[in-house]
Design a protein around this ligand. Structure first.
Ligand code: 3HC
Length: 311
């Protein structure tokens, strides 16, 4: 089939809201767009384990430690689903990891900030996973089958992540003056980077045009960000946290919150590798990826021993 016929057949499937599957003919640009987004999503899940991992040995109770361990284990699984979805687009895991290590592939801005106190673990679960849920629920309707199915599985676990984070913040806001101060400090540091997770304004997004044409994105960055703000501000008020935005104000006419301008200079600085923890995150990943090579080799050798003809 010639390229024009492939693109025409492909777009008809998209327009009929049919899933595109790995074996379907697809334009190279669609495949490349998906590899970019799904791999960055996978990298985010795995790198996101670092700030939380730092607090496993410092969790304030055995229960808190068990919950944090379960959450971090979930994130590793999310990374696995998403790397597997990306590999169906004919790119190897090795290539994906090499792109992360070389800086060619991004991961979410949010994981380039340090988790300074236990309240940060609450803020990450409540705000970061809360933002991820808003984005990922929408991605359950993405046009690429393996990505959409990965989202269904991931969204089921994200609500536990968000609830446990909110529980930590509620507990601290019901505690001593020091605990309240710690929770508010975490809110102040994580609120704006969480809004940045949704990406630039749609008008500044170089990828959204194709993302909408190919139904990779169903909702724009700004619409999802607004949905997150409207939901989360009310949750903050219930437990007595102050949202660190003097311009935040309910707009009765629009039935949503107006909010202050995001610091896009900070966003662009962080996503281009110059955030507080970018180098630490990548160096950590490279170190433990290399130290873990023997595990991958042993698993491969064993699988080839028990299934010599497996491809
Ligand atoms: N962090 C880093 N880079 C970002 C970003 C962010 N929060 N938001 C946007 N960017 C980058 C984009 O990658 C793009 O750069 P590129 O062309 O070099 O890749 C550029 O900024 C312009 O942004 P666009 O809006 O044009 O890019 P997209 O159309 O890809 O939209 C997105 C950005 C909304 C983040 C989209 O990629 C997406 O929905 N990704 C899947 C969700 C995801 O990756 N979530 C990350 C968090 S996962 C998580 O939180 C785990 C949880 O369990 C803790």
């Amino acid at each position: 089939m010639n390229v024009a016929a492939i693109e025409n057949d492909f777009q008809q499937k998209i327009d009929k809201d049919l899933f595109i599957e790995p074996k379907d003919a697809m334009p190279d640009k669609y495949r490349e767009h998906l590899i970019r987004q799904i791999s960055q999503h996978a990298h985010s899940e795995v790198i996101g384990m670092q700030p939380e991992g730092n607090w496993i040995n410092r969790a304030p109770s055995l229960r808190a430690k068990q919950i944090l361990l379960a959450k971090i284990q979930d994130e590793a699984g999310h990374g696995l689903y998403l790397y597997s979805a990306a590999e169906t687009l004919n790119i190897s895991r090795e290539e994906l990891i090499a792109q992360l290590h070389s800086g060619k592939a991004k991961y979410s801005n949010i994981f380039n900030y340090p988790a300074l106190t236990w309240a940060d673990i609450g803020a990450i679960g409540w705000l970061v996973d809360g933002a991820a849920i808003v984005n990922q629920v929408s991605l359950q309707r993405t046009s690429y089958g393996p990505y959409a199915r990965a989202m269904f599985r991931i969204c089921k676990e994200e609500s536990f992540h968000q609830r446990q984070g909110y529980e930590i913040m509620a507990h601290m806001m019901n505690g001593t003056a020091e605990q309240k101060e710690m929770a508010q400090d975490a809110m102040n540091r994580w609120w704006w980077p969480s809004l940045m997770m949704f990406g630039p304004h749609d008008s500044d997004s170089p990828n959204s045009g194709n993302a909408f044409k190919w139904k990779i994105k169903r909702k724009g960055n700004d619409e999802l960000r607004q949905k997150f703000i409207d939901k989360t501000v009310q949750q903050a008020e219930v437990i007595g946290l102050t949202v660190p935005d003097p311009d935040l104000k309910w707009n009765d006419e629009k039935q949503c919150y107006d909010y202050g301008e995001i610091d896009w200079d900070e966003f662009n600085k962080v996503i281009s590798g110059n955030g507080p923890c970018n180098k630490q995150r990548i160096n950590h990943h490279i170190k433990y990826h290399n130290e873990g090579a023997w595990v991958r080799e042993a698993a491969l050798a064993y699988s080839q021993k028990i299934q010599p003809n497996a491809i």
